[in-house]
Design a protein around this ligand. Structure first.
Ligand SMILES: Nc1nc2c(c(=O)[nH]1)N[C@H]1C(S)=C(S)[C@@H](COP(=O)(O)O)O[C@H]1N2
Ligand SMILES: [Mo]
Length: 387
């Protein structure tokens, strides 16, 4: 097995930006910033998400207007679960590494904790986020700690024919495949080459605490730079296959379908949701005295800048604040709005990546031709009423 090159993002990753004015909650060991100064009164958006039709599946969402902390506290972190909520005991918990390996392994939680510890601050986003009228808050930012996956796979000794790595959760549910109802465990897979990325972690800590049960206790996969679906919670089994894994969450659900024009002909493409896409959103408008400020976040790729458009005015550059320069975590941004005229206004944002890519407009052909709601990274416009 050849060692994988270190990703560009790993090279870009810097120490966390020390931002003046952060009040910091001190826990034993590292420090975690939970609060930024709350500035002014929040003006609620006129447009609001629809009621969540599936509270058992979308358990918790970010409320954008309440965003005031670069690190999302664990008890506010969004939760998506497709099946049951496992109740795993950390003493009985085992992780099996099997399939096309020379040395199958069974690891305890203590085994994982005794290995090299690595941390990453990574903004996890569900690929369905902002693709549905009731789902705008499937995103959160946490510092995750665990042990790197790649050395474990190397120790297990992936055999020549090994192509694909499958990650199994302890949760399961029924799925219809044609006329058959089958019970399926939650599982996602990725190419061996992607799995060997040195950023990938088997995580047992979130913001300095054991993982909350709903976020995958005792161990979950964290793949910095990948959409939520790939970050398997309640992880119990890793299996190496010689071919693509075709479970529900690879082959049917979380598949983006696009209609494309090629040489005057319409073709349809089907791709499994993968890495994050460049994105940003206005979070809130605040008012202090007569002065209004717009604040938001940008993520999905290392961020070089953010621009904001108010009504039909030209795009203006925003100021990057917390998280600027981070490889995998969102960047907060602000724009001073002065004293806007009374009445209704629209506010849009667009992120610009370090590689020059610009967050697409909603009518970009790549988005306009997409018939599924996954990977909806188009520019977001919010409406606000100034009195
Ligand atoms: N075992 C398991 N892992 C899972 C899921 C799940 O239902 N079961 N949901 C996935 C999806 S779709 C997302 S968006 C993220 C959400 O992680 P969170 O609940 O910790 O925010 O977990 C992913 N991992
Ligand atoms: Mo998701």
């Amino acid at each position: 097995m050849t060692p994988m090159p270190i990703s560009r993002r790993t090279l870009l990753q810097q120490g966390s930006a020390a931002v003046a004015g952060l009040s910091v909650l001190r826990v034993a060991g590292p420090t975690y910033a939970f609060q930024t100064p709350v500035t002014g009164e929040v003006i609620p958006w006129l447009d609001q998400p629809e009621p969540n039709p599936a509270p058992e599946a979308i358990v918790r969402q970010l409320a954008w207007e309440q965003l005031d902390s670069w690190i999302t506290p664990n008890d506010q972190f969004f939760v998506i679960k497709h099946f049951n909520e496992p109740q795993l005991n950390e003493n009985d918990w085992r992780l099996d590494i099997s399939g096309l390996v020379d040395q199958p392994m069974t690891l305890t939680l203590d085994d994982l904790k005794a290995r090299e510890r690595q941390e990453v601050t990574f903004t996890l986003e569900c690929s369905g986020n902002t693709g549905l009228p009731f789902f705008w808050g499937g995103i959160g930012n946490a510092t995750w700690a665990g042990t790197p996956l790649a050395p474990l796979l190397a120790e297990a000794g992936v055999q020549e024919e090994g192509r694909e790595v499958v990650f199994w959760g302890a949760d399961a549910g029924e799925q219809m495949w044609r006329e058959m109802t089958i019970t399926e465990q939650f599982a996602r897979s990725m190419a061996l080459q992607d799995a060997m990325n040195p950023d990938n972690l088997l995580v047992y800590e979130m913001n300095g605490e054991p993982l909350p049960n709903l976020n995958g206790f005792p161990v979950r996969l964290i793949l910095p730079g990948w959409y939520g679906i790939a970050n398997v919670k309640w992880l119990t089994r890793i299996e190496i296959l010689d071919r693509a894994y075709q479970g529900n969450f690879m082959a049917r659900d979380y598949v983006s379908i696009r209609e494309e024009e090629r040489d005057g002909e319409t073709v349809w493409t089907f791709t499994s949701v993968g890495p994050n896409r460049l994105k940003s959103a206005p979070a809130k408008v605040t008012k202090q005295g007569d002065a209004y400020q717009i604040m938001g976040a940008a993520w999905g790729d290392p961020i070089a800048g953010v621009e904001v458009q108010i009504d039909e005015e030209p795009w203006q550059p925003a100021t990057l604040t917390e998280g600027a320069g981070e490889a995998f975590a969102w960047t907060f941004w602000t724009l001073d709005w002065g004293t806007p005229s009374s009445g209704e206004h629209t506010i849009s944002s667009r992120a610009i990546a370090e590689n020059g890519e610009v967050q697409p407009a909603p009518d970009d052909p790549l988005l306009a031709g997409k018939t599924t709601y996954w990977e909806s990274n188009g520019q977001i416009t919010r409406r606000v009423q100034i009195s």
